[in-house]
Design a binder for this molecule. Sequence first.
Ligand code: CA
Ligand code: CA
Ligand code: CA
Length: 265
Amino acid sequence: MLTRVWLSASLILSMGLGPATAQMTVTESFTGGSNIGGWTYGAPIQVIETSGGNPGAFLHASGLDTFAPMPRTAFNADNVFHGDFRDREVTSIGVDLITIAVDFSAADRPLSIMLVSDNNTPANFNDDWAAYHVGDVDVPVPGQGWRHFDFDIPSQSMTLPAGWNTQGFGPGSPTNPNWNDVITDVDQVRFFYGDPEFFFIFQVWNVGLDNPSITVVPEPTSLACLALAGLAMLRRRLHRPVIRGRQKRLSYSRETRTNAAAYST
Ligand SMILES: [Ca+2]
Ligand SMILES: [Ca+2]
Ligand SMILES: [Ca+2]
């Protein structure tokens, strides 16, 4: 099923074959109105624009009255941005953001990433919590255009990684949340405009998001399938030059045969 998702038209799939590990990145470009992760700002006005993105289509939210925009995936949905990050060997998550307008200021807000756990009670939001990391790159301010963010996800760490913290969302959230519980069962990926522990004033935001991506180390079998699919695509693209090359070789060998025949007589 995931293979079908990865090969759908609007998703960009890139593979890098390094000497040690193969990595594969799935990127949602929003082309054709696609939104695999169910990404949302929860804004009153929200559309997938067909242009103005980085490039092309992007998720555009306006009239968003909040202390901090929090673009996020559809909670608990079954998609490529969720699940057992350790098993899937997730290595990084990326996103491109633009701030089109804001009432006062978007300055001095490092973008944070939050991996949310439903604490195994999907119907009860009072015990949800997140492991989060405050990045070192600020969200863009109006006029700055698109800005790219990349977060390392230490999915193989057996303890809360250095630079990561946890935050409870309700009175029932665990007092000592376990990193292993969330990294093996991520129910939502959320970006937070700033440090989630800080207080901010409410402002009305006009913002956009493009190219949310997740990079994993795929299993050798799925990598082989994708490599074959990639080869098939490459072969189709190279169809004509390959045929021309073959024809050239064929005519050359025919010529050689003719010459050989001429010499033998
Ligand atoms: Ca796009
Ligand atoms: Ca819950
Ligand atoms: Ca869960």
